[in-house]
Design a protein around this ligand. Structure first.
Ligand code: SF4
Ligand code: SF4
Length: 435
């Protein structure tokens, strides 16, 4: 361990619930719902209509905007509808609904790209775009845009395998069960970036994966395995860069400003699968866990599978569920219907019981300063909260509220149980509205 970041917390990681559960492939459901917006950037426009026959891996949505990626059918079958459907973000989003024929008939364009990438590593960039690969750690930023903006400008390629969010074990299991694919994906991107070496950063609570990767990397000089201290939010991009390089991304800046590019381990796995099989980003590993789930597990499922299908596969709920989340407990979002689909960036579905509800009826700040000590971005959450309550936009700007990475460390540490993250999200919206 070379460097460290300010603040952070040590929550119970809850990973023991699902860490030993091997990735179980789930049969595709009878119907998938595929939203035209599953990434940061421009939403896609459907390229199919009701009644069309579609093939597995076929493009069903596209945008010509630079920050966007095409969207593909995750099953073969018939388009049942092209209409707005409930999205995990709580809004309705244009979606393509496909009745699965359970034949998995492949689009003829799906074939291995190994030879072409071997001959011309630069062609990988176009393949990454065309196959819909986005940041699979939850950020969902189009990977080709990230790589394009880093080409020739960075000297450090970091693979984020920290997976610091409590309960989530999808990257951990992927590294344990598919280490060669993860490493091959890293090497494909490394060649594209024309860098001599990558740093694979794993949190120290994944000892079995660390031992396995160390073994696989024996004698290799192109990938360095870095075991990081277990501390949330170790896997946040800026914090990980600081841990690995000691460099600090300036406020409002990007990793490329400090000559770094960071990619998630599952994204590298997806790159490898795409190169080897030609299959676009149509499936992903999802951890279904939390105290409210009967049999916590990791599933490989098709994009567009309804959440309820995964919950049922994990034995259903245990007791009265108080909260259902997509993503981790720190940075995930609450979902209010089990009908919403799994997206490309979904790494977990978590259920919590009423007894885990930390909300307080009349939250009050006791000025203990714990939120300030926990904030890895050196912010002052209590003052941001107070300014947001007053709608004081100049004050919020002065407090650099937009630098907040919404990690939740402040809210977790707050004895007054203030809804700090919600307040800061609102503060950002106020600043955006005023600008
Ligand atoms: S203010 Fe933002 S960055 Fe700081 S601890 Fe709270 S959520 Fe995290
Ligand atoms: S941790 Fe909570 S109670 Fe303490 S200063 Fe911050 S907002 Fe106030």
């Amino acid at each position: 361990m070379r460097h460290s970041f300010f603040g952070g917390i040590h929550p119970d990681d809850g990973k023991r619930l699902a860490a030993a559960s091997p990735i179980t492939p789930l049969a595709a459901p009878d119907q998938v719902v595929i939203p035209m917006s599953m990434h940061i950037g421009a939403a896609c426009t459907p390229t199919v209509k009701k009644g069309d026959e579609v093939l597995l891996g076929q493009v069903i949505g596209r945008s010509d905007k630079p920050v966007s990626v095409p969207i593909h059918a995750s099953v073969s079958g018939t388009v049942a509808a092209v209409e707005p459907r409930l999205h995990p973000n709580g809004q309705t989003v244009m979606s393509v609904v496909i009745d699965n024929d359970h034949q998995d008939r492949l689009d003829p364009g799906v074939h291995s790209h190994e030879e072409e990438v071997e001959k011309d590593p630069a062609c990988l960039l176009g393949l990454i775009r065309e196959n819909g690969i986005v940041g699979m750690g939850g950020a969902t930023f189009p990977t080709h845009v990230k790589i394009s903006s880093a080409l020739g400008k960075v000297d450090t390629f970091i693979i984020n395998a920290a997976e610091c969010e409590p309960f989530i074990t999808s990257d951990h299991r992927t590294m344990l069960e598919h280490p060669e694919e993860v490493l091959a994906g890293i090497r494909y991107v490394l060649k594209l970036l024309k860098l001599p070496k990558a740093v694979l950063a794993v949190e120290g609570n994944k000892q079995d994966a660390i031992a396995l990767l160390r073994d696989k990397l024996q004698g290799s000089t192109d990938i360095e395995l870095l075991v990081c201290r277990v501390r949330y939010p170790q896997g946040a991009e800026k914090q990980l860069i600081q841990t690995v390089t000691g460099r600090q991304v300036p406020p409002g800046g990007l990793p490329a400003d400090v000559q770094c590019i960071v990619m998630n381990a599952f994204t590298c796995y997806t790159v490898c699968q795409m190169v080897r099989t030609g299959l676009p980003s149509v499936e992903r590993v999802v951890t279904v866990s939390g105290p409210g789930i009967m049999n916590p597990a990791n599933f490989l499922c098709r994009v567009g599978t309804p959440v309820k299908y995964l919950v049922e596969a994990a034995g259903g709920f245990k007791g009265e569920t108080n909260k259902l989340l997509m993503g981790g407990p720190m940075m995930g979002s609450a979902i209010f219907s089990q009908e919403v689909p799994i997206l490309r960036g979904t790494n977990g579905v978590l259920a919590f019981l009423a007894e885990q509800n930390r909300a307080k009826e009349n939250p009050a700040c006791i000025r203990c300063g714990r939120c300030v000590a926990a904030c890895p971005m050196h912010l002052q959450p209590l003052y941001i909260y107070a300014s947001e309550r007053k709608g004081d936009v100049p004050g919020l700007k002065k407090l650099n509220a937009t630098d907040c990475i919404e990690c939740g460390c402040c809210a977790y540490s707050c004895p007054g149980r203030l809804q700090l993250v919600q307040s800061i999200r609102n503060a950002k919206a106020l600043i955006k509205k005023a600008s």
